[in-house]
Design a protein around this ligand. Structure first.
Ligand code: ASP
Length: 436
């Protein structure tokens, strides 16, 4: 019996009525009976309201104190899904591996409850977008099935290992289907862990699940597979809608991209520079400086270790810098401070920052402005921080800096080596300042 999210007395009441999420219930109150489908609750929602979806589609919360009885009128059925037969692949097409990790692109609406469920495997995605069979000879593998907010450094390592093996197995391109929330962290992780991939490794997600009319998943997936199969370039990229329409996709470098909108289909944008390319009606316009596609895996290094003991802290007025000491005592080995403006933190935080740096913890500075570059030489406050041992991280995005730090720590480097590598451009994540 699933009573997702219900706790305490409400859980007992529903249990004793034999109810499950998705069942048709009659809930009695002093002012009459209400009929509807029992909805799940979020883990963190209050314990005092039962939620019913009424016939007219509205959800109502019913206060526990007003409920005098619950009766199950009809049992809900688990939604079932049988994919159509797999289309026949055309011979001689490039071989592309789709690695599924989860997220909205691999989910659909549960129409009993209206919630989005992670339910589609990458195999099923292929069935659902039969156009793919005319673009590439596709293999699919579900490496995990999680929403991307649940990704960890271990997941990045596992994914990098599998992608690395697949590159050595000779695939012509790899597509990673991924939740959008943290897709830019994973694209950075794969960028560092896969040094000189011979072919494109493309991350793709969708903002609306596959079975909604406004879904972007088919367009994005077709674009990602087309790019992985045919682009004359190599590297780690994110492919998503370029605008609100379905006609143009943007190709973003894995270390230069960020999710900048909660819901729009063109949520992903290259920051601090133009995207690496665009794709319209299958025609690609690509940055000429991208490394070319190669055949064979010679030159590829797979360096998958990530150490999750690093943190990203946003600086704000009245910054509670004692957090830094808490992190250090908890075993944190590196901190990226996302400073204000050119890379600043309040002087009240200096002692905590200095203590961390003295204890051998790497402390780097990125900027919450996102555009532009950290410059800690302009104001004396920046110079003070540099004297305390804070390392300026140029125009590297904060999320990319965190991932890079976890990766360098995962290689077992000591603090000076980490500091040295954090200030070197390895994968396009750090650009030299250019005079205007
Ligand atoms: N929370 C979801 C995730 O990141 C959203 C999405 O897939 O787009 O996995």
């Amino acid at each position: 019996m699933s009573l997702e999210g219900y706790r305490g007395r409400l859980l007992e009441l529903l249990r004793s009525a034999g109810a499950s999420v998705g069942d048709e219930l009659v809930v009695s109150t002093a002012s009459g009976d209400v009929e509807g489908t029992l909805m799940p609750r979020y883990q963190l929602s209050d314990q005092l309201h039962l939620v019913l979806k009424l016939k007219n589609g509205y959800n109502v919360g019913m206060a526990l104190g007003r409920i005098s009885g619950v009766r199950v009128k009809g049992k809900g059925r688990e939604p079932s899904f049988s994919p159509p037969p797999r289309p026949r692949a055309t011979a001689g097409l490039p071989k592309v591996l789709i690695l599924g990790t989860g997220g909205t692109i691999a989910s659909r609406v549960d129409y009993r409850t209206g919630g989005v469920k992670a339910a589609l495997s990458s195999e099923e995605l292929y069935h659902l977008v039969p156009e793919l069979s005319g673009i590439a000879d596709i293999s699919t593998e579900a490496t995990m099935n999680i929403y991307s907010e649940n990704m960890t450094a271990e997941h990045w390592s596992a994914l990098a290992r599998r992608a690395g093996d697949a590159l050595k197995e000779g695939f012509d391109g790899i597509v990673v289907t991924h939740g959008t929330d943290t897709m830019h962290y994973t694209s950075a992780a794969l960028s560092f862990a896969l040094d000189s991939p011979p072919v494109p490794v493309v991350l793709v997600g969708s903002q609306r699940s596959s079975d909604r009319p406004s879904s972007d998943s088919a367009t994005n997936l077709i674009g990602a597979v087309t790019f992985a199969a045919r682009a004359p370039v190599s590297g780690v990229f994110v492919v998503m809608h370029a605008g609100p329409g379905d006609d143009e996709l943007a190709i973003h470098a894995g270390v230069r991209v960020r999710k900048l909108h909660t819901s729009r289909r063109d949520a992903f944008r290259s920051v601090n520079g133009a995207p690496a390319g665009t794709m319209k009606d299958g025609e690609m316009r690509l940055d000429q400086s991208l490394p070319p596609r190669r055949s064979g895996a010679a030159g590829l290094s797979v360096i998958p270790g990530f150490d999750g003991r690093a943190s990203l802290l946003k600086v704000y007025p009245g910054f509670h810098s004692s957090l830094i000491g808490d992190l250090v005592r908890g075993g944190c080995r590196g901190i990226v401070l996302e400073g204000t403006g050119l890379g600043h933190a309040p002087s009240s935080s200096y002692a905590d920052i200095a203590d961390a740096a003295k204890s051998g913890v790497f402390v780097g500075m990125s900027s919450q402005c996102m555009n532009g570059s950290v410059r800690m030489t302009v104001y004396d406050t920046g110079r003070d921080l540099a004297k305390l041992g804070v390392v300026p991280l140029g125009d590297m995005l904060s999320e990319v800096a965190l991932v890079k730090l976890m990766w360098l720590l995962g290689q077992g480097y000591d603090s000076p080596k980490v500091a040295d590598m954090m200030t070197k451009n390895l994968r396009g994540e750090l650009r030299e300042r250019r005079p205007l």
